[in-house]
Design a protein around this ligand. Sequence first.
Ligand SMILES: Cc1cc2nc3c(=O)[nH]c(=O)nc-3n(C[C@H](O)[C@H](O)[C@H](O)COP(=O)(O)OP(=O)(O)OC[C@H]3O[C@@H](n4cnc5c(N)ncnc54)[C@H](O)[C@@H]3O)c2cc1C
Length: 279
Amino acid sequence: MTDNGNPYLPYPARILRVTEENSQIKSFELAFTDPERHRAFTYRPGQFVMVSVPHGGEAPISISSSPTRPGGLTLSVRKAGRLTAALHRMTAGELVGLRGPYGRPFPVDELKGRDLIFVAGGIGLAPLASVVNLCLDRRGEYGQLTLLYGSRSPADIAFGAELEGWRRAGVKCLLTVDQGGEGWTGQVGLVTTLFAQISPDPGRSSALICGPPVMFRFVAAELTRLGLSDQDIITTLERHMKCGLGVCRHCHLGPKLVCAHGPVFTLAELRGLREAELS
Ligand SMILES: Cc1cc2nc3c(=O)[nH]c(=O)nc-3n(C[C@H](O)[C@H](O)[C@H](O)COP(=O)(O)OP(=O)(O)OC[C@H]3O[C@@H](n4cnc5c(N)ncnc54)[C@H](O)[C@@H]3O)c2cc1C
């Protein structure tokens, strides 16, 4: 989507709807102001866009909606700093800039016929939501769907409406919080404690993971213990990014660029990269 000749120029998109997921995360449904561009915009789960706000800067954000669903493009954003705080102050009707989509997506075609285990921590559920909804829209093409989702506290559990819909659609959704609280009767502990509740068939299972780097290390170890191969353990990585399109090398991970070679990588690919925070 860079037919204006300058790959760094964003296209204006209007905020159609803002959903408050929790005190830190909001979801923004967006549509390009140019209807032709909106119609032509295609993406795949796992890809991201560079989002800009006037005087707020630019940041990479994963697309959390599914390309199988009509309507706007959704970004779920955790308030972290300048750009994301500026976005959080915006309301329906206002304009942001978008360029992309960028990055290597999840291999949803190669995953057909597999049982899928989604493992998310916090805002990490955003890119995985895109895959879950795609699988539900093409239900016959995928096996069992299981989600292990960890949040800091019950109040931090985001994507409540989504979780409800997935449960109704037959996704096994297991939740845990780092710290419980009054009224919470569910699991307390890190997301890895949920592995005791599942027994996947390693021969037909693949796992898709998104969360903080430290979570990935422990989750990957659990999945390996359960017998999944490095090829079947897939994650999306976050690095500080500038250009988003493989030019500036700001997001390099050894010889790889997270923006262009990733952000989706298999554990097999990461094993060779010393900086990949696996140990
Ligand atoms: C491929 C990709 C996809 C992403 N998808 C999402 C998403 O769907 N939703 C979402 O909320 N966030 C996502 N992020 C993270 C998001 O890009 C950062 O939170 C954002 O850049 C922060 O910008 P800021 O201007 O608000 O914060 P800044 O003012 O730039 O920084 C605030 C704090 O956040 C830290 N920070 C900035 N960028 C990153 C980063 N990339 N990784 C870790 N810490 C960072 C800074 O070190 C600083 O401590 C993604 C990042 C990448 C690389």
